[in-house]
Design a protein around this ligand. Structure first.
Ligand code: SF4
Length: 366
């Protein structure tokens, strides 16, 4: 079984922290993009790569910045997969959301919606250049439920410029009041060549210090767990049964086909990346292909699998590689340092060490 990722690189406005490939575009540009995207889809169809799709994920960018006609054109092309997959997600921004979109999602079996929220604080929203409000998000969720879509994620962020504990606590209270079954809570990452980086360099904004960020991570995790959210991946929390099938596929190194500019894919033993700029994508969609050696594949398996709190199944590792993690990696040091543990046949990062996961990951890189 495979995943299918579809990238829509258009947004209505640009968030200050964002370094994803995206752009603000005219309708004609979006039309042209869709034509090439569907051509690429056809190519994988013809190669027989889309026979057993378990999950579809339409991400961006902002997929619901497409017009209703464009969205429907895309969903019609994806229908054979949307009808059979277990989980079909679309990312949306709520300020662009309409009931007509919810109707369309429901018609084409989109059964999971991920809403980009980051914060509900109006000052912070302005700082990061996001255009929604708590009320807009609330009414989006209400409309999605009206059309039978209950599996809703909200993407939140901590460590935003000017964010303090008081704002974070209020954000969490509001997030919980929405009663969605999945919350992703990401730590802001300062990326190069973003507006945020410029603002920071020119002392226009200030970021919370590391201690405060660690306190925020601790607080939000405790708070969500108290409300029966399972912390199942570093940045992901879900009510039982609502863990993202598509994303777990990435962390378990399952194969997936990625289509669209800047999309990546994994068709064992090959990982590929598509061209980022639209003209390059139109000329030749593939940018690079990397063939993984057995050693690369093992490292990736550990790196990605340890992101999940349950860790890596030793028997699954054996099934895949006919060897054991202990034989392939020097894990003793990590055990002695109290960073990882083995429980019920799984190797995992200790829960209280999940925030230093990067140190642990470095062990497997290089
Ligand atoms: S909406 Fe998403 S992709 Fe678009 S600029 Fe903001 S963070 Fe980036």
């Amino acid at each position: 079984m495979k995943g299918l990722y579809v990238h829509i690189p258009f947004c209505k406005s640009i968030c200050t922290y964002c370094d994803f490939p995206k752009q603000i575009a005219k309708e004609s540009k979006k039309e042209k993009y869709l034509s090439y995207l569907l051509k690429e889809l056809k190519l994988y169809e013809e190669q027989g790569q889309l026979k057993d799709i378990r999950s579809v994920y339409i991400g961006g960018g902002t997929p619901n910045s497409l017009s209703i006609t464009q969205l429907e054109r895309l969903l019609i092309a994806l229908r054979p997969y949307l009808s059979n997959a277990l989980e079909n997600t679309i990312e949306i921004n709520s300020e662009l959301f309409t009931e007509e979109q919810a109707k369309l999602f429901s018609k084409y079996n989109i059964n999971r919606v991920s809403i980009g929220v980051q914060t509900f604080d109006s000052t912070l929203l302005k700082t990061i250049n996001r255009l929604h409000s708590f009320d807009i998000v609330k009414s989006t969720i209400r409309a999605l439920r009206k059309y039978g879509i209950e599996n809703i994620n909200i993407d939140m962020m901590y460590g935003l410029p000017g964010q303090d504990m008081h704002i974070l606590k209020k954000d969490i209270r509001r997030a919980l009041s929405l009663k969605v079954p999945h919350i992703s809570y990401y730590s802001l990452i300062l990326e190069e060549k973003t507006v945020l980086e410029y603002q920071l360099k020119h002392h226009q904004i200030q970021l919370p210090d590391d201690d405060l960020i660690a306190d925020m991570a601790d607080y939000l995790t405790q708070k969500l767990k108290m409300r029966q959210f399972i912390h199942y991946e570093i940045s992901n929390y879900a009510k039982k049964g609502y863990e993202s099938i598509h994303n777990i596929g990435y962390w378990e190194c399952e194969e997936y086909v990625g289509i669209g500019a800047s999309a990546a894919g994994y068709l064992h033993p090959k990982r590929y990346k598509n061209a980022v700029s639209l003209p390059e994508y139109y000329e030749k969609h593939l940018l690079e292909e990397i063939f993984l050696t057995e050693e690369d594949a093992k490292k990736e398996y550990m790196l990605l699998g340890l992101r999940m709190l349950r860790g890596i199944s030793i028997s699954a590792y054996y099934k895949r590689f006919k060897t054991y993690p202990k034989m392939d990696f020097d894990l003793d040091k990590l055990y002695k340092m109290g960073l990882i543990e083995e429980i019920n046949g799984f190797i995992r990062i200790k829960e209280d060490k999940i925030w230093v996961a990067n140190t642990i990951f470095e062990k497997f890189v290089g």
